[in-house]
Ligand binder design. Structure first.
Ligand SMILES: Nc1ncnc2c1ncn2[C@@H]1O[C@H](COP(=O)(O)OP(=O)(O)OP(=O)(O)O)[C@@H](O)[C@H]1O
Ligand SMILES: [Mg+2]
Length: 249
């Protein structure tokens, strides 16, 4: 008999989402979450880490390169997510990658320096993941890593290295990137992030009557059978909630 190969699944903590991907992300995978501004990328990523601690006791790291750590903490309180509590318990680490860029002093425990050199960046992420024995990671966002590299063209190289390091550490990761109109144009900012990631989740809007409706599409998820349907989702007071049997049109 050939042994059956089963993939260990990591539950996302996003209501309605896991049943679309055979129960969760393959453990250790790297998933790109892409979409236009306001589509919910940051919320999706932080929810994955926060719920990881709250529901599954898996420590997680949030690398924030667009918003200051203190702003993220405040915003997420609106969903009832008290990041600070888990930070104190050593279960969540927020890496502040913004303060030094805008020239503000940071009182954060984990701070990235202003001028990123790829090796230092990767080494730092590695250290923080090890420090709290993280099983989950979100990096928000890839374009803001790229902007901070002295040569933006190095981004491909850095992402390849980052991906290898993440796979090596076995941490399940979400990387966010931007795409203005992912359903019709490029699905990522640099047009190559999707090749490096093992999964791609697209968050977008569609116009219905005079309103914009949110939808989610799983463009790729290795080791997983998934449909290519657009599923409606909401951001409400619980964060991102997906409706697997909801109708979009
Ligand atoms: N407490 C809340 N209740 C309901 N909806 C909310 C709440 N907080 C935020 N939202 C919705 O979520 C959107 C922001 O989501 P988020 O910041 O995750 O998007 P993003 O894709 O990361 O955006 P950006 O490209 O600007 O970083 C808001 O524009 C708003 O529509
Ligand atoms: Mg964001």
């Amino acid at each position: 008999m050939t042994p059956k190969y089963t993939v260990e699944r990591v539950k996302s903590g996003i209501p309605g989402f896991d049943e679309l991907i055979e129960g969760g992300f393959p453990r250790g995978t790297t998933v790109l979450v892409t979409g236009p501004t306001g589509s919910g990328k940051t919320t999706f990523g932080v929810q994955f880490v926060y719920k990881g601690v709250e529901l599954y006791d898996e420590p997680g790291v949030i690398v924030t390169l667009e918003e200051r750590a203190q702003d993220i903490r405040k915003e997420m309180l609106a969903f009832g997510w008290d990041l600070e509590k888990y930070e104190r318990e050593g279960k969540i680490a927020i890496v502040d990658g913004v303060s030094s860029v805008v020239g503000l002093p940071s009182e954060e425990q984990y701070v990235l320096e202003g001028n990123l050199n790829p090796e230092d960046f990767l080494r730092y992420i590695y250290r923080v993941v090890k420090a709290i024995d993280a099983k989950r990671l979100v990096i928000d966002s890839i374009p803001s890593i790229a902007f901070r590299l002295r040569e933006e063209s190095k981004i491909r190289e850095v992402l390849l290295q980052l991906n290898t390091i993440l796979l090596e550490m076995g941490v399940t990761s979400i990387l966010t990137t931007e795409a203005a109109d992912p359903a019709h144009g490029r699905i990522s900012r640099y047009g190559m992030e999707e090749y490096i990631a093992r999964g791609v989740v697209l968050l977008d809007f569609v116009e219905k009557d005079v309103e914009l409706k949110r939808y989610l599409l799983i463009r790729k998820m290795r080791e997983t059978s998934h449909s290519m349907k657009k599923y409606p989702f909401e951001i409400n007071d619980r964060g991102v909630v997906v409706y697997p049997s909801g109708e979009l049109y």
